[in-house]
Design a protein around this ligand. Sequence first.
Ligand code: GLA
Length: 340
Amino acid sequence: MCLWTRLSAVVWASMNPHGIRAFAPGRANLIGEHTDYNDGLCLPFAIGAGVTVTATTRDGGEVVAPGLPDGDPYLRGAVAELRAAGVELPGCTLEVASDLPQKAGLSSSAALCVALVLALCGAAGTVPPETLELARLCSRVESEYTGAETGLLDQLASLLGRDGHALRLDMRTFDAEPVQLDLHGPVLAVLDSGAARTLAASGYNERRAECRCAAQLLGVESLRDALDGAGLPDPLDRRVRHVVSENARVDAAVAALRAGDARALGELLDASHASLRDDYEVSVADVERTVAACHEAGALGARIMGGGFGGSVLALFPPGRALPAGALPVTPGPGARLLC
Ligand code: GLA
């Protein structure tokens, strides 16, 4: 499955270059956290909310976005990366609108990058790069212009999202297998922990470095090839244990979805959280409080979602249960697209 099947050449060529609107959704990740940059498995889905960028061509060579802060790194990065890829950008004004809560672990920044790049390609009358290349370009915008390294989970989930489905992403082969996400009653919801993600970039980059180091010590290309972390010094052994066990949980979650077993899925969310808290050490006190509040409200399972060090919690609630205050139900929606 490929974005290009949706943005067909015919549709692209017939678009009005004076007012292109591109939409990119945020994403939730059902399970498979901190596995993407270890060539592992993830199970994200695009959600309904996202970022819309409208590009209107204008005289003069500049690309301006009055709604974004001066020197916005995402806009600078998107423009620079597209130019480096050989896209000749016309002068245009970009309007950015979003119904995604920011810094809540729903990948508002990846959605912004994807929407900016698609809208700019539209304004240039250029077919965007194919999906994987596009995801990598957007990931470079984040890592090189904001200093936050990212894997490709967020970008691929936003680009490849499919209505009613999660995606089993294999980050080694880049196979994306849609898995129906219909729990027949139980509700998935996201809760903001309220914790500012101040350590998010540095802590995330540190975990990546630890994984690289562990892989090197084990003599494997990436932790996807590791069997366990036995013999490694602490905390590297625990980092490996998280990655290996989380990959297994992704496939167990796919099986639970196929069997319609919400209880098993809830247990996997809890196990993922325990591993992220104890072995990967990316949880913080506010997240723990939020997870506990979900359990008190009767959740079948709850876990920290996204890069960690704050951000949001994903929880699964039984049918008909009153959700805790601030919980935002999330359902799988379609991926990034042009809005005609
Ligand atoms: C952030 C990154 C993703 C992924 C997750 C953790 O959201 O942007 O690439 O690594 O953290 O699973």
